[in-house]
Design a protein around this ligand. Structure first.
Ligand code: UD1
Ligand code: UDP
Length: 386
């Protein structure tokens, strides 16, 4: 390979993939002597993707613009696959990098495989072991892993999952999670919110709960229970304010409006750009979420997280004690929240900062691994150790 530049195409489509691939794309572009970086977005998300592209100043070479309101898994998979066929035919990369567990990631890996192009899987090896939880992400990640040639596992636990599935050790690189690279570049002590509402919140004297929900398996009744629990909490604790950046999915919005609309202590806002969101996380007391990425970010900011899911593919923070798996039953969510609002010992146990997911150097290790694998360097990447 040495002599000719390595063409590395990064494929992504949703907000979290963009946040977590941005550090990789930026790192790839620092190696312009050896690497030609190409970016293809499916735009499975539109506004929520564009927010991240703007923040990190990423300019895609290809944009499939596939999003439609209320899209199904069939819509996303078929549009991404057909679109990527053309992109790969045109760009002819040496390797395609995909991220995590979205349908874009799976379609990207499948399209590359159909073209017999190598696949690198960033954030490989996370598992719940339950194919319907999270749905369809658990299978998206496993199927992407089956198609991958290089597996960038964020932690030792994810590496062990891959080894158990007979992935060859020489193709696994434990790098840390790139989300921590992005977080380090974004959270600042003196950050000032542009948004008037976020500026005005009394972070010193109020207890701020940050809430996000979007998982497909939580749509409808499970989300309704969570919102009812929050309604009960604000009814009981006058010092609590909830900030809830509501996902763009209309199926989420309907239930949110009917349960939490019009409550003075609940601020329903549009999804925040990553920069204000990350800085808001660093100022809240408590986070309730069904997000994957937020479970990884919060421990390094020392914020307790109540996870609104029955399973997690991110057991490291549960083991460290900063994250609690609570599910979505009204009483469970209410009780877990109440404990953290009233029991100072419990709160301080859960708010000890720790970094099981990364040290900010994951993207560097991923690019080192690529240069090593393709004989541009004889230096294998160092292994991430928390
Ligand atoms: C997707 C991913 C999920 C990831 C999540 C991150 C799949 C199957 N799901 O789920 O793994 O955790 O993104 O947020 O890959 N919408 C907009 N504008 C946007 C984004 C979404 O209007 O910028 C609306 C559209 O109506 C869209 C709907 O949200 O149809 C759902 O988007 P979709 O990507 O299908 O599902 P997510 O729940 O966002
Ligand atoms: N995030 C954001 N704005 C928001 C909510 C979340 O920028 O209003 C960021 C968050 O910091 C994390 C990522 O989006 O990095 C998580 O995305 P999401 O919860 O949509 O997806 P998941 O991680 O569950 O796949």
């Amino acid at each position: 390979m040495a002599g000719k530049k390595l063409k590395v195409m990064s494929v992504f489509g949703t907000r979290p993939e963009a946040i977590k691939m941005a550090p990789v794309v930026l790192e790839l572009s620092k190696h312009s002597e050896e690497i030609e970086p190409i970016v293809a977005v499916t735009a499975q998300h539109r506004e929520m993707l564009d927010q991240v592209l703007n923040l990190f100043q990423l300019k895609p070479n290809y944009d499939l613009n596939i999003m439609s309101a209320g899209q199904t898994l069939f819509d996303i998979t078929s549009r991404a696959l057909l679109g990527l066929n053309e992109v790969l035919t045109d760009a002819k990369p040496d390797i395609v990098l995909v991220h995590g567990d979205t349908t874009t990631a799976f379609a990207g890996a499948l399209a590359a495989y159909y073209h017999q192009i190598a696949v690198g899987h960033v954030e490989a090896g996370l598992r719940t072991g339950n194919k319907f939880s999270p749905y369809p992400e658990e299978m998206n990640r496993r199927l992407t892993g089956s198609l991958a040639d290089m597996h960038f596992a964020p932690t030792k636990t994810s590496e062990e999952n891959l080894l158990r599935e007979n992935v060859s050790a020489e193709n696994i690189f434990v790098t840390g999670n790139t989300v921590i690279d992005a977080l380090h570049a974004t959270v600042k002590k003196d950050f000032k919110f542009e948004d008037e509402l976020l500026q005005k919140i009394d972070y010193e004297n109020k207890k701020i709960i940050l809430l996000t929900t979007h998982r497909r398996e939580n749509l409808g009744e499970p989300m309704r229970h969570v919102y009812k629990a929050m309604k009960k909490i604000v009814g009981e604790f006058s010092e609590v304010e909830i900030v809830f950046p509501v996902h763009k999915n209309p199926k989420v919005r309907e239930v949110v409006d009917s349960e939490l609309g019009g409550l003075e202590q609940v601020h329903l806002i549009d999804p925040l750009d990553y920069e204000p969101f990350a800085n808001l996380m660093s100022r809240t007391n408590l986070i309730l979420t069904d997000s994957g990425g937020i479970q990884e970010e919060a421990p390094s900011l020392g914020k307790p997280v109540i996870v609104l899911r029955d399973t997690t593919e991110r057991p490291e923070a549960v083991a460290a004690g900063t994250v609690k798996l609570v599910g979505t039953a009204l009483d469970d969510v209410y009780n877990a929240t109440k404990i953290l609002l009233t029991d100072a010992d419990e709160y301080s146990k859960m708010s000890e900062a720790c970094n099981p997911y990364g040290d900010g150097l994951a993207a560097k290790r991923i690019v080192q691994a690529l240069l090593w694998k393709y004989n541009f360097s004889n230096q294998p990447p160092e292994i991430f150790q928390p």
